[in-house]
Every structure is written in structure tokens, then in C-alpha cells.
Design a binder for this molecule. Structure first.
Ligand code: UFG
Length: 316
């Protein structure tokens, strides 16, 4: 696995080891946290180092790679596109090259709903065209296309998982969300409850029932499980495929605030601010393909449960 010291990666390591899988984590710790992963599993390595990756695959032959390592901040990608294309596209290419060199034929790739840009329809199906509106989304779309060619030419089979809003924390409190700087709604709301510093609600004049943006919040453990099902399908010979990973249910920013207030028993301080550039009014997954093809279903479909696990981690 690459990027196993990050938010979604570290939760997936826990799920894999809980289920008896043997895991090696490659992470350069540029954005991940050393203490998020068992030191016995960790190889500190930059994914641009193709020869280093080849050595890891030779030392520890593996059946599949789950590729998380990437930069993920949309706003940063609008200021520094070069680091997004270098890390997310060129880094992925280095990884896929090392896989081909060592005969590793299965990949699960961490993609994003940002490949769809500002879709006009909701829920979103996987058949919508690529229409990214920022370098982050573009970097993921480009990597998906590289995988299409590696499938055709090198028979490297892959599953691209297009995440909606990953949220929550390990239900046993072993891991959680730690981004620096934090830009995601739920951790920011929880921080506001703890510090009293108000959160900016980016716009309340959207064409949605309460005027705030609607997103599909998916628990990180459910997201992690989708990766395991994808690996298992690939190992059984399934063809390459792309899946949305969301619950199919949307919540507005105001509804998330209400959920945080129910869970914490405290008022969330917030102010209505101008819209944030590039925010679509509504992003909700059609996750039918994932449910039907991989037999996935969310264990934590309830927003309050998601928020409760995040709050449990935030209190530590
Ligand atoms: N929001 C606020 N105030 C904040 C932070 C967020 O009002 O301080 C709102 C946003 O405007 C949005 C919602 O809360 O409506 C969720 O915002 P997040 O930043 O938590 O998540 P996004 O939906 O913007 O981003 C997610 C992923 C990205 C991905 C994007 C598009 O985190 O990686 O979906 O698919 F690119």
C-alpha cells in the first residue's frame, strides 16, 4: 500500500490487518503521520523512486497494491498545480512502472468525485464524462487514464474508487482524521465546538432546500472496506472498473451542523460567509454499481454515527 500513513490509508491498514491480510506500507511521510502506522509495516520511501519500489516488491512479493499516496487539497492545487501533477500523476506512473517490472498485476486506486467537476445531474453515475475543474481532480482523471492504458498494454487490472466525502474515524478510536491545515467540514465543526472559534459556512444561497451545499458523507471504515472488496474481486479475476464510493444520501452543511450539535450536545459557532470557489451545490453518489458488483454496503449510513466516531477521536 502507498500512503498508508494518511487518513484513509491508515484506516484501510487497520481493516486489512483486522481481516488477516499481510500489509506493507510505503509512505514518504510528507503528509502522513509516522505514528498512524505500525512501524513494522512501514517503509519510508517516495513513490517517485521507482528502483526503491522495485526493491520493496522484490523483498516482499505482493498480490495487489492499494495506491493512496497523493496530495488532496483542492485549494492548494489551484496555487501549485505543478506539485499535484508531479506527485499525483508522475508519482503514480512511477508506481505502476515498478509494478509492471515486478509482475504485480492488480491495483486499487484512490480517485475522487472531483473527476466529475460540476455535474448537472444528481445522483452522479460513473458514466458521466471527466470534467475536472481543478488540478487536483485533473491529476486523478489523468491517472485513471494511465491505468486504462496499462490495463490494455500490460494487463495491469485496476479498480478506481471515486470517493465522495470521506469522514468519521475508526470506531475503536485507533485512528482518525488529521490534515494540516484542516479544510474538511466535520473536523472543522468539531474544532469549533472545542475552541469556540466560529466556522465559516461557505454560502447559504445555493439552489438547495436550505441554501447550503449538499454532500455525500461516507464513513472512512466503509470506504476502507470498499478497497478490500476491490482487491478481492481483482484477485478473483474481475476486469478493471471504476466505482463511485458514497452512501447515495446527501446532507447539507446545515444538516451536518445539526448532527454535530446532537452528538456533542453543544452549539456550533458559525458565520455565513461567501461561497467558496469551485463548490458544486450538490455532490451525491449513485453507488449502485459498487453495491451490485462488489457487494458493498455501508455499515455506518447514519450521519450521527459518522460524527460520533469523529468526535470520539477529536476528544483524544
Ligand atoms: N464547508 C464550509 N466551511 C468550511 C469547510 C467546508 O461551509 O470551513 C462546506 C463546503 O463548502 C462543502 C462542504 O462543507 O459544501 C464539504 O466541504 P469539504 O471541504 O469537507 O469537502 P468537499 O466536498 O469540498 O471536498 C471533497 C473532498 C475533495 C474532493 C471534493 C470533490 O474532500 O477531495 O469532495 O469531490 F475533491
Amino acid at each position: 500500500m502507498t500512503g498508508g500513513a494518511g487518513y484513509i490509508g491508515s484506516h484501510t491498514v487497520l481493516q486489512l490487518t483486522d481481516q488477516g491480510y499481510d500489509v506493507v506500507v510505503v509512505d514518504d511521510l510528507s503528509r502522513g503521520y509516522k505514528d498512524a502506522v505500525d512501524p513494522k509495516l512501514l517503509r519510508v520511501l517516495d513513490i517517485h523512486d521507482t528502483a526503491g519500489l522495485v526493491r520493496v516488491f522484490e523483498e516482499k512479493p505482493c498480490d495487489a497494491v492499494i495506491h493512496f499516496a497523493a496530495f488532496i487539497a483542492v485549494g492548494e492545487s489551484m496555487r501549485l498545480p505543478e506539485i499535484y501533477f508531479a506527485n499525483n500523476v508522475a508519482g503514480s506512473l512511477s508506481l505502476f512502472t515498478a509494478m509492471v517490472k515486478t509482475g504485480v498485476k492488480h491495483a486499487v486506486f484512490s480517485s475522487t468525485a472531483a473527476v466529475y467537476g460540476m455535474p448537472k445531474t444528481s445522483p452522479i453515475s460513473e458514466d458521466l464524462p471527466y470534467a475536472p475543474i481543478n488540478p487536483y481532480g485533473e491529476s486523478k482523471a489523468m491517472t485513471e487514464r494511465i491505468l486504462n492504458w496499462f490495463d490494455r498494454i500490460h494487463e495491469l487490472r485496476s479498480v478506481c474508487l471515486r470517493y465522495f466525502n470521506a469522514s468519521g474515524a475508526d470506531p475503536d478510536g485507533r485512528a482518525g482524521e488529521r490534515h494540516d491545515p484542516e479544510t474538511h467540514l466535520i473536523p472543522l465543526l468539531l474544532r469549533a465546538v472545542k475552541t469556540g472559534e466560529p466556522v465559516n459556512v461557505f454560502g447559504d444561497d445555493y439552489p438547495t432546500p436550505d441554501g447550503t451545499c449538499i454532500r455525500d458523507y461516507i464513513h472512512v471504515t466503509d470506504l476502507a472496506q470498499a478497497h478490500i472488496l476491490a482487491v478481492e474481486a481483482l484477485l478473483k479475476g474481475a476486469p478493471s472498473k471504476k466505482f463511485n464510493v458514497g452512501t447515495g444520501k446527501g446532507f447539507s452543511v446545515r444538516e451536518v451542523i445539526q448532527s454535530v450539535e446532537r452528538v456533542t450536545g453543544q452549539k456550533v459557532p458559525y458565520v455565513i460567509s461567501p461561497r467558496r470557489e469551485g463548490d458544486p451545490p450538490e455532490l451525491v453518489a449513485d453507488s449502485g454499481r459498487l453495491q451490485k458488483t462488489l457487494g458493498w454496503s455501508p455499515q455506518f449510513p447514519d450521519l450521527d454515527q459518522i460524527v460520533a466516531t469523529a468526535w470520539n477521536f477529536a476528544l483524544k
